[in-house]
Design a protein around this ligand. Sequence first.
Ligand SMILES: Nc1ncnc2c1ncn2[C@@H]1O[C@H](COP(=O)(O)OP(=O)(O)OP(=O)(O)O)[C@@H](O)[C@H]1O
Length: 258
Amino acid sequence: MAKRLDIKDLNLHYGKFHAVQDVTLQVPARSVTAFIGPSGCGKSTVLRSLNRMHEVIPGARVDGKVMLDGEDVYAAGVDPVQVRKTIGMVFQKANPFPTMSIRDNVVSGLKLTGEKNKKHLDEVTERALRGANLFEEVKDRLNKPGGGLSGGQQQRLCIARAIAVEPDVLLMDEPCSALDPISTLAIEDLIARLKQDYTIVIVTHNMQQAARVSDQTAFFNLRAVGEPGQLVEIDETGKIFSNPEQKATEDYISGRFG
Ligand SMILES: Nc1ncnc2c1ncn2[C@@H]1O[C@H](COP(=O)(O)OP(=O)(O)OP(=O)(O)O)[C@@H](O)[C@H]1O
């Protein structure tokens, strides 16, 4: 079930390096939020903090709040593994388990939870592959290795794997950057469908993509190299790309820097 995210006063460090400063934003349920901004402004760092992936890096620190439908994902006693199940993630480079079958890739998360019922696993496989718009292409080779699929299919397989555990939120870190234009469009169509059921946050360098797929867009920037990244502005995507409030946003979207 899709849930909303409320991020408040988020400050993120790597050891002594202050990577992201004072980010506050809301992500409504069943919507797509795009993070854009120049390289190094902290988009991926913010994204990884939303499902507690930032803290797995030695020395990394998180201050502030990330609330999922009002529940603080950093509260004492919250299991980070459970958070990562509830807030799934798809990475820049498709990372299926290459020698594992397509079927086992899809249900790998579920199997980790101890699920062994073959009928249930088969149902989940089909539902998740259909959800990721891949079922028709792979239904005759579910026992073949995931590594044998094209790059675009592998990325949809990773999306199927992420949705197989029925998350509330899907985080996508440049999911199309390694894909050709046709596969990119397939993923963008899929994102439009998935937002009916999930809350989606996507990091993208492709501004046309942000404009095409997202409902709201957050522009991050750096004051200077070595300074922490900050959220400059977040608004409805149409507004950010036609009439942003901040000059830095205007300069970035019109290609004057970054
Ligand atoms: N594992 C890490 N250890 C130390 N510093 C890191 C680490 N990962 C990222 N950083 C630093 O944190 C800052 C933000 O990086 P991040 O990857 O979040 O930026 P980004 O906006 O996603 O960049 P890009 O668009 O190039 O992917 C950068 O200065 C980066 O060098």
